[in-house]
Design a protein around this ligand. Structure first.
Ligand SMILES: Cc1cc2nc3c(=O)[nH]c(=O)nc-3n(C[C@H](O)[C@H](O)[C@H](O)COP(=O)(O)OP(=O)(O)OC[C@H]3O[C@@H](n4cnc5c(N)ncnc54)[C@H](O)[C@@H]3O)c2cc1C
Length: 397
């Protein structure tokens, strides 16, 4: 599929060339040339005043109806019968958006024996709870959850679907968006509505957090987004909930599946949750081996802090994912952050650069971490950390 160009309408104004974020368009004299690499983003179509450019309709793509039949949906994320806090946060946000659109808010609750959670969802502002209970939904399996939500969305056709950017949401919401042939903006930090066009304005950090991008889904629906937990204020509980629970049976659950649930392995919890820690001692690839994590733990214990990690240390299997800090991990802002054997890649920095005081220990004086460190210790962490531990112990008698 390629961009449609009506050469007879083109006035060679060059607006589209300026607007193309990928540098695909160029003017050769009075002729517009469309190079390779067009991903049909439509930026050129938006600016073309003479309508010389158009994006082809995708076969099977759900067009945006004039009046979408249903409102703003929130995935009611639950694990073992407990609602994830992000659900209540998103319900608050959904209410705000739904008021502008003048539509209802619905929570979608998938699970087994989870009906008791409906009340909390109604109290948090849902006008409707779509409840699908089935033994196959008892444990989270991406394929099953994706099939269930896709079927519901096809049936009731929401205008917007919001979900938490949790490991669960990140795992299956993209599959739903792909199945519905619509867009998805991940990890949003703000939402607004363009009331005239009924568009959801989805804002999220881009380019390693250096700019905020506002993304729209102008041609397909539902408009789908995930949001980071903890960004939005939880919905205030209603004095008297005014909503209904709609039980739904899903045909998708009767179909053969390629994956099945085998067992759950519970990860050992961090001692102090990273988000609550005032001191974080984080380690990276410079730790060399899993056994050296003990060094970090000893220092963290002495300072009453938690242990964090880079993705390199997590991927190596030395530190659990729950302790990963950065773009695909947690965002933290402790009073003291001690980075040990961490180079300072942008993807790590975006998760910790708001820390009050950053101490970096690295044997490479050129390591980028020193650019944001308040205190830089150039040297071998296997000498510096034991020396720090010794000093602290000595100091405390
Ligand atoms: C889409 C995407 C998302 C990502 N998300 C994240 C994320 O959420 N979090 C994250 O951290 N990364 C993330 N990354 C990975 C990131 O780009 C880096 O690869 C990673 O942060 C590097 O980790 P590191 O600093 O531990 O390892 P390295 O970059 O290998 O650095 C190791 C450092 O240790 C130092 N060192 C070695 N030995 C010693 C010693 N004995 N004493 C002192 N210093 C020593 C070295 O000088 C070096 O600077 C992501 C990448 C991508 C592409």
């Amino acid at each position: 599929m390629s961009l449609i160009f009506y050469s007879d309408k083109c006035i060679a104004c060059g607006e589209c060339v300026e607007a193309c974020p990928f540098g695909v368009l160029r003017l050769e004299g009075e002729t517009l040339v469309i190079g390779d690499g067009c991903n049909l983003c439509g930026a050129c179509v938006e600016v073309c005043e003479v309508e010389a450019l158009a994006v082809p309709e995708t076969e099977g793509l759900a067009p945006r109806p004039e009046t979408p039949p249903d409102g703003v949906w929130v995935l009611a994320e639950q694990r073992r019968g407990e609602l994830a806090p992000v659900t209540i946060e998103l319900l608050g946000e959904a209410r705000r958006l739904a008021e502008v659109l003048n539509v209802k808010v619905a929570a979608v609750l998938l699970g087994d024996e989870v009906a008791h959670l409906s009340e909390a969802l109604l109290y948090a502002g849902a006008n409707q709870v779509y409840l699908a209970e089935h033994p196959l939904l008892a444990d989270f399996v991406e394929e099953t959850y994706a099939a269930a939500l896709t079927e519901l969305a096809r049936k009731f056709q929401p205008e917007i679907i919001l979900a938490g950017a949790t490991y669960l949401g990140r795992a299956f919401i993209p599959q739903v968006a792909a199945a519905l042939k619509t867009g998805l903006t991940a990890d949003c930090t703000a939402f607004a509505i363009d009331p005239e066009k009924r568009l959801l304005l989805q804002t999220r950090p881009a380019f390693g957090g250096n700019i905020m991008a506002t993304i729209i889904t102008p041609r397909t629906y539902p408009q789908m987004a995930t949001a980071r937990p903890g960004v939005f204020k939880p919905a205030l509980p209603a004095a008297a909930p005014d909503g209904e629970v709609i039980r739904v049976d899903l045909a998708a659950l009767g179909r053969p599946r390629r994956s099945r649930f085998v067992s759950t392995v519970q990860e050992i919890k961090e001692r102090i949750p990273l988000n609550a820690a005032e001191v974080i001692v984080a380690g990276g690839r410079g730790l060399k081996e899993a056994k050296h994590v003990k060094l970090l733990e000893e220092l963290a214990d002495l300072l009453g802090g938690a242990v964090g990690a880079t993705r390199a240390a997590v991927d190596a299997g030395w530190i659990p994912y729950a302790q990963q800090i950065g773009q695909t991990g947690k965002t933290v802002a402790p009073k003291l952050y001690i980075a040990c054997g961490i180079s300072g890649a942008t993807q790590h920095l975006v998760g910790m650069q708001s820390s009050d005081v950053i101490v970096a220990i690295n044997k490479d004086p050129q390591a980028p971490i020193f650019q944001i460190a308040d205190v830089g210790l150039v040297g071998d962490l296997f000498e510096i950390i034991p020396a720090l531990i010794q000093e602290i112990k000595k100091d405390r008698g």
